[in-house]
Write a protein that binds this ligand. Structure first.
Ligand code: KG4
Ligand code: ZN
Length: 347
């Protein structure tokens, strides 16, 4: 055991995988000291989805002010930082480049080590924060704008992907469905709000079944079914929203149940923007009781830099990153029986 880090470890986290510029200070002993986010989502709203080129330009403008604010609100200065942790992927290439190059530049300028971490792993770790030893093995459920994953968690850093989407990610389906309904981007919270006034009565809205692997997801047909139902002019938008939401969540629940039959687990760890949904949380608690369910605090469900700093603190004990680190737009998780390209080592 290396004694150097038995003292506190203060980590600056940097998040720029998509349209949120985030910086956070995290103490291994005290937890989150600051967590600052600046979002370009209101710009993207008029395109009903993220405009990648603008997202990266926005990161360029905001990254330094956001880091300054994170330091300021934690009452720290660069000399107090022990490690810089940055999301190396998956994400948009232009956005990732801004975060990674900022981390490298600050690492050189401040003479601090840096580490690149997996954004998706950080989403899951956000629900483990504050726990000394999470119950294992467990099932990790990542529901975000870019990812839909069922992960068998054997240990922190040791995952097996047992289900993923074959088309749209669940959050992406919510965003596209919201655009059809004339709601703002990001669509998930808007659909949740509208669904509260509706009845989930439209049975033609169903998520897909994937023959090759029944634990995989398919949401693109559900989004199209909503589009056709809307064009019939027979249904209220509230009922369409409620039916869409119910179809998406009950598909997730059904696949979790199937996964648990095959891989008995001690708990469920949730992560990703869609896991901020109060409706999802309430229904999942009912459906899976008495199995323990762990959720990130709502502000750590969606993209944030605190989760990047926290997973960096764990990973650093093993491996700091070299300056040759490159952004990875995709990072596969280990999947039994699947071959990976030579240059893409699975996590
Ligand atoms: O994790 P996240 O911030 O970004 C990615 O890593 O993709 O997730 C953003 C996604 C968006 O698609 C947004 O519509 C969805 O999370 N989301 C929700 C809710 N809040 C955010 N989806 C359903 N219900 C919600 N309440
Ligand atoms: Zn995310």
């Amino acid at each position: 055991m290396n004694n150097t880090y038995q003292k506190d470890l203060i980590v600056l986290g940097i998040e720029t995988t998509c349209d949120e510029t985030g910086a956070a200070l995290f103490s291994q002993k005290k937890g989150i000291l600051s967590n600052i986010l600046s979002s370009s989502s209101s710009f993207h709203a008029k395109y009903k989805g993220v405009f990648p080129e603008h997202a990266s330009r926005f990161h360029v403008d905001s990254i330094i002010p956001v880091i300054d604010e994170a330091l300021c609100s934690a009452h720290l200065s660069p000399k107090d930082i022990d490690l810089i942790s940055v999301a190396k992927g998956p994400g948009l290439i232009g956005s990732l480049l801004v975060g990674i190059n900022t981390a490298k530049a600050l690492s050189l300028a401040w003479n601090k080590p840096f580490i690149g971490v997996n954004h998706v792993e950080a989403h899951i770790y956000a629900s483990m924060l504050g726990q000394k030893i999470p119950p294992l093995p467990s099932l990790g459920i990542v529901l975000s704008g870019g990812h839909t994953l069922l992960l068998l968690i054997k240990n922190i850093g040791d995952y097996e992907c047992i289900g993923t989407t074959v088309d749209d990610a669940i959050g992406e389906a919510f965003d596209k469905a919201a655009a059809h309904l004339g709601l703002r981007y990001p669509g998930g919270p808007e659909i949740e709000k509208l669904a509260l006034k509706g009845v989930p009565s439209i049975s033609s809205l169903k998520a897909g079944h994937v023959k090759e692997n029944p634990l995989n997801f398919s949401f693109s047909g559900l989004k199209t079914a909503l589009f056709y139902a809307l064009n019939k002019n027979l249904y209220r938008k509230e009922d369409l929203a409620a039916s869409f939401q119910r179809a998406a969540f009950s598909d997730v629940f059904k696949k979790i149940e199937k996964a648990l039959e095959k891989f008995p687990c001690k708990a469920l760890f949730w992560g990703g923007g869609v896991s901020a949904s109060k409706t999802l949380r309430k229904e999942a608690e009912k459906r899976f009781s008495p199995l323990p369910l762990f959720w990130p605090p709502p502000d750590l469900s969606t993209d944030n830099a605190a989760m990047i700093a926290a997973i960096g603190a764990i990973k650093y004990q093993k491996n700091p990153s070299p300056y040759s680190l490159k952004p990875q737009t995709k990072i596969p998780f280990f999947t039994r029986g699947k071959r990976f390209a030579k240059n893409s080592s699975p996590l």
